[in-house]
Write a protein that binds this ligand. Structure first.
Ligand SMILES: [Zn+2]
Length: 465
């Protein structure tokens, strides 16, 4: 089967054809760094990670770009509330974001560009849009005039009337003196609330960029235009991605991206996640409940990206059992010392079925079913003593190659588990805030799991007991 993805732009599955043979450029909308990311965000990032890992596994040279939004209404508002500079404030949450990504075994992007480092590129696009007559200005704000672009809204499949209705509710918080409620700001004039956050340039008076233009500038800078795949959550289709297309295509008169892949929402206990319902989780909330990173990753990974995912604590516990089954299997394989058995055919069929499943718009449920069927069949041979040391090495290498796509298994015996590393990091935080009672509690917890923490001059060292 040929590799195919569901393309939001075409509203159907399409065969994937890269612009340059053997290479793929992917842009994914990244976090706005004003707080810790929540598990709804991580669902999107794990879907991005699966897509990217699978393409690498298939032999593509992948260039993966994920931006960091470090200037917008929320980052400015909250940094000022904490009396920190925008940079100090957003640097902190950017680092926390990278730590969370590492804990969930999500590969770091090839490039994580930050919006504030790309003001020049943003202003260049605004200048082009001005030249192409897609803009108008009021009181220092620069707006994109939607009626200047007949194709506006194709991605979201919106008609003008629907768009008008949608726009009224969604854009209310962002009202300026616009000609039309549907128009959106490319550049926002400075207001007192912005404190010391502002830029200016040939195209723009004192102010700051709108959110949508940031992604137009960073995607095109690192991937060219058009590029292959743009991803994000379904909530970004309108207005964010719709506006990205209008800006980039209006400025450069070229298509922005060929394939648009969108992941569905995450629900918690069957409901939309919200702080008021008490079902809002960041990664650290879940780790505090004693849940393990690989189990959380598995739970977020195992539902097809275009289906709503109902996240539950019970689900993570079941995922933990699946992970444990895999780890037990790895352990048994390592100890195998039976007679020689022909495993090559089984490996070949498994590899082919695993690949076909993921080639079908990343059908992860089928891919995992193929993996567990393989485990079951090899377990039968292990039971019968028919797996030799050579077989075992071959099978472990194969399993590791599948895990390059999944990222849910541990092959090294002495590797410190991610959740232990996370606990040690938490303990460091509590020590810094001089909560030694809590720090001792975490040390005991780590000890219960079979590890000791030795505090050295260069920070803590973790050792297996
Ligand atoms: Zn974006």
């Amino acid at each position: 089967m040929a590799l195919q993805f569901y393309n939001t732009l075409a509203r159907k599955k399409e065969e994937f054809k890269p612009i340059n043979k053997g290479k793929v450029g992917i842009y994914a909308c990244g976090p706005t760094v004003y707080n810790y990311a929540h598990i709804g965000n991580f669902r999107a990032y794990i879907f991005n990670d699966l897509l990217r890992r699978f393409l690498i596994w298939k032999g593509y040279q992948v260039n993966f770009v994920m931006n960091i939004t470090d200037v917008d209404d929320k980052t400015i508002r909250d940094s000022r509330a904490q009396e920190k500079s925008l940079k100090e404030f957003t640097d902190f949450y950017t680092e926390e974001f990278f730590k969370d990504m590492q804990t969930l075994n999500i590969l770091k992007a090839d490039i994580h560009p930050r919006a504030t480092d790309h003001i020049k590129e943003i202003q260049e696009i605004i200048s082009k849009l001005k030249k192409n007559k897609h803009t108008y200005e009021k009181d220092g704000n620069i707006y994109f005039a939607i009626n200047s672009m007949p194709d506006y809204g194709l991605l979201a499949n919106l008609n003008w009337e629907e768009l008008k209705e949608n726009a009224q509710g969604r854009l209310e918080s962002d009202e300026y003196e616009k000609d039309d409620a549907r128009d959106f700001a490319l550049w926002k004039a400075y207001s007192e609330d912005d404190g010391d956050v502002y830029w200016q340039g040939d195209c723009c008076t004192k102010g700051r960029p709108g959110w949508h233009i940031e992604c137009s500038a960073m995607s095109t800078k690192y991937l060219g235009q058009p590029f292959d795949i743009h991803c994000g959550g379904v909530d970004l289709i309108f207005p964010h991605h719709t506006n990205e297309i209008a800006q980039s295509e209006g400025a450069n008169k070229k298509k922005l991206a060929n394939y648009w892949l969108h992941n569905e929402h995450l629900l918690v206990d069957g409901k939309k996640m919200s702080k008021s319902l008490g079902n809002f989780y960041t990664l650290r909330d879940l780790l505090d409940k004693g849940l393990k990173p690989f189990a959380i990753r598995y739970e977020l990974l195992a539902t097809h990206y275009r289906q709503q995912l109902n996240f539950t604590i019970e689900g993570v516990k079941a995922a933990d059992q699946a992970i444990q089954r895999l780890q037990d299997f790895i352990l048994r394989l390592k100890k195998a010392d039976g007679h020689d058995y022909n495993v090559e055919q089984l490996v070949e069929v498994t590899r082919k079925n695993f690949e076909s499943a993921l080639e079908d718009d990343l059908n992860i449920s089928n891919a995992l079913a193929v993996l567990f069927d393989f485990v079951k069949q090899v377990n039968v041979e292990l039971e019968a003593g028919s797996i030799s040391k050579d077989n075992s090495k071959f099978l472990l290498d194969f399993l590791a190659s599948l895990d390059c796509v999944l990222g849910i298994m541990t092959f090294e015996d002495d590797k410190i588990p991610k959740h232990i590393e996370q606990l040690v990091r938490q303990r460091e935080q509590t020590r810094k805030s001089k909560d030694f009672k809590e720090a001792d509690k975490i040390r005991d917890q780590v000890k219960e799991e079979g590890y000791v923490i030795e505090d050295g001059a260069d920070g803590p060292v973790i050792k297996k007991i």
